[in-house]
Design a protein around this ligand. Sequence first.
Ligand code: PLP
Length: 409
Amino acid sequence: MQLDHIKELESKYLLGTYARYDVLIDRGTGAYLIDKANKRYLDLLAGIGVNSLGYNHPRVKHVLRKQIKKPLHVSNLLYHEYQGRLAEKLSQVSGLDRIFFTNSGTESVEGCLKFARAWANRNPGKRRFRFLALADSFHGRTFGALSATGQKKYRDPFEPMVPGFDFVNFNDVADLERKFNDEVCAVMFETIQGEGGIRMVSEEFYRAARQLTAKNDALLICDEIQCGLGRTGRWYAFHKFAPPSDKAMLPDLVASAKPLGLGIPLGAILLKQHVADAIQIGHHGTTFGGGPLACRASIEYFNVLEEENMLARVREVGEYFLKRLEEVRTLPVVKEVRGDGLMLAVELKIPGKEIVKQLLQQGFILNCTHETVLRMLPPFVIKEKQIDKFVRALKSVLEVQNVASENTR
Ligand SMILES: *Cc1c(COP(=O)(O)O)cnc(C)c1O
């Protein structure tokens, strides 16, 4: 089927929520996607941080081929062999104690909010229901997750929101202390904001939030859906501030998803034991979450990352990428270049949408978030040479942009 026909069908029958790029993907290999007309694209978006191992990975294909012969679904009323093993792995790498499997990032956030409330409600009579989130955050699209999302454009069409949510200025410890009181059950943030434009929570802010919540019988929730699971060259981005062995400094709850199931929908909620103690049989559940196919894929994600020493590779190639991006930092149209591991951004002084379009035509897939931020979340298998190629293209597009905008002045 041709792209024009598919576009016609979609525009007639699909709910109009997505602005897609004009590309019909057929297949992929390594860090490349290939369209129906055999045009190759270097993929710097990885399905929004999902395809961390790139495309057509031989080990992933192998285990899924084997797994597909077994039941694809058994429900959470029965055992299958992978949930316990995967939970053990997640606990080991994170330093948290217990795992609940979901189907998406939003669902993981929603579960964190519910668990925080259940934990607060273990002391009936105390009114402890408020959540503090950050300005410009993105936590998902269901009512709880949306209520925690600090960007009006996502919330406005669906008001009123769930009561009890307030927003703290980004990395503003004084504002956090001002808005915190004994009605707060949890403080939640993305350790590195994704949709908000690749912005990192500072160590000072992390420590302040951790100490303030611990001292006042409240919880710290980290949304690591985009920045977690190896993206920064650490298992979780908060490990920059607290290694897995530093129990006291770790968050109490973590929302995880994106690359977890290697493209098969899978999310996870990680809990410390004291939070898990507030949850009983029947309190929460899901039909699909933690199914055998998704969990088997996920175990292979950890196997490959560990056996191929990929966290070190992410740090190495991430540093290389950031260093190469220095070449565009000095262009007049560029405001800032920043990143951690393979979560990178070029913030522009102009809207980024047209830049993304031009790069797409030249065979590079990335996206623009927060209007002016070019976001790069490439697969971990990306090579230095491919980065060179991209930076050259980016530089030439941005240089021309600058000339054009000066001409119109
Ligand atoms: C993608 C994302 C979500 C939502 O995840 P879905 O799988 O789309 O539901 C929530 N929080 C962050 C930080 C994300 O990047």
